[in-house]
Design a binder for this molecule. Structure first.
Ligand code: ZN
Length: 83
């Protein structure tokens, strides 16, 4: 791990990792979507993004509607496919 690279924390498991290895997301109006560059963001590690229990926990925590949570889960699955 290089010294000057930014470290961020996964909000689900609180593991600290290099920022570039984490998935950056944003929450607004009870919806979670990829970070747009504006507003508050948070990070999720790749193992949590694949962990159904953790993802469900986040959905609960952010009080997502069914539609929004489906979109969120779909987005995470697409991330897995892209590596
Ligand atoms: Zn995590």
């Amino acid at each position: 791990m290089q010294k000057n690279e930014p470290i961020r924390m996964c909000i689900a498991c609180r593991v600290r990792q290099l920022q570039k290895k984490l998935i950056r997301l944003q929450q607004n109006n009870n919806n979670i979507f990829p970070f747009t560059g504006r507003g508050r963001s948070f990070y999720l590690c790749s193992s949590c993004s694949e962990d159904e229990k953790k993802v469900k926990g986040l959905i609960k925590r952010f009080r997502l509607s069914t539609d929004d949570s489906e979109r969120f889960v779909k987005y995470l699955k697409e991330l897995d496919k892209n590596g």
